[in-house]
Write a protein that binds this ligand. Sequence first.
Ligand code: MN
Length: 527
Amino acid sequence: MADRRPGDLREYRRRRNFRRTPEPAGRADPRHITCNSAEPRFVVQRHRATRLHYDLRLEINGVLVSWAVPKGPTLDPTVRRAAIHVEDHPLEYLDFEGVIPHGEYGGGDVIVWDTGTWRPHGTDDPAQAVVDGELHADFFGRKLRGRFVFVRRGTDEKSWLVLHKDDEHAVRGWNPEDYPRSVLSGATNDDVARHPRRLWRGGRAHPVAQHNDTAASADELAALAALDDEGTWEVFGRRLKVTHLNKVIYPGRGRTHALTKRDLLRYAARIAPVVMPYLAGRPFNMHRFPDGIDAPGFWHKQLPSHAPDWLPRWQNPSAKRGEAATYLVVDEPAALIWAVNFGAIEWHAWTSRTDRPDLPTWALVDIDPGSRTTWRELVELALLHRDALDHLGVQGKPKLTGQRGIQIWIPIRRGPTFDDTRAWVEHLSKVVGSLMPDAVSWEWEKKRRAGRARLDFTQNAANKTLVAPYSPRPLPRAPVSAPVEWDELPHLRPDRFTVRTILDRLAERGDPFHALLTVNQQLPPLG
Ligand code: MN
């Protein structure tokens, strides 16, 4: 008995009511989707439905070919797990986590337990291997590594086994239940079940336009508008005291209206579901401008003792005396609202997570213009970096700083230290800089750079941060730091998008960095 060939979402859609479930519907004809990452991806979701199981999904032919594994996959080569071949799921399911309502198909809570890339072994036609009932696959995930074998058991087309080969990644006695957290949000299934609205529910190409269920609701925004200069705002399932709502943070200039603290809280509530993946699980440094951008701002890292108990936080075990020891961790949108009310106009998350603060998940190129650097030169420097990354097969995308510069964000699988990523970016930037020697200075001191640009690799360090995607900047017109696509970069200006315009752009085009969130790549050796 043969299975159907992968690539058909009709059964997936027939089983679900998309007015009731937050799950993605998927595109009309998935077979026309070309793989947009260098290697096909996989996801394993821990799903507490009627019975706990793990859903193991492999990207094949524009869909996720899926098995439900009741006891979960294991690296233990002595164990064979029963797996039920279920309907193909849409690619948008790759980063879905959230709550499927009770009474709906698969009702329960879902986390992204692991994700990464995979490679078929011994065949170039994995779809046919599924039809034939035996697929060998090398996994490159955060938890699952090494070679897995999927094999159909005799008579019943839905009944399969999954096992791990006894290779160098095999671990006897390995139990998936020992690693209960989402690799995307850090949440457990309990966290998701308790706070269905507070968590980022991914999987959405256009999170703001089509998924108002995760941004603040119209009622919540109306409640903010109705408050006097201060009051209690119920948003994202929390009750927050908000203050000085009418205080002008961005003074009006010319035909541009002023923006008040109330306007910024509204912006934070609407952008929250888009920025959560860049903030969650990471220490958060606040750049505060409590008296508006015309007064001097200051850094605030230590979470104040008056902060409410529910705010997620992290104790830095290596904080020296006099350094911040307790950091805010923006694990839920309400924590961002709290920070903005506290005066944090500019948002800086670490590039590492609290569970391994020494291991970055992004490598960063910071192209810092000098007083004489033109926009054209800056774009040229960025595009030379892109060419170098392309040549190396490394994915990364540019971000306008909202001030004058351009950064390139390169997602990496955890492993290298900050010393490693700094050395790698230094090497890359030195090669690029040598191609435009007149435009670039390597002088440490600004006055010795003679107005030339600096390629600043030193930002790759613990507790050094670049401004987070979609953070406002403290400049007139309220620009935001905006991720962009490579091909639009030459036509833009570094402060092109603002607190007033970025939500429309997201509704139209989605978040360019969203595709980077599921990339699982290693930096190749240089030189
Ligand atoms: Mn399931």
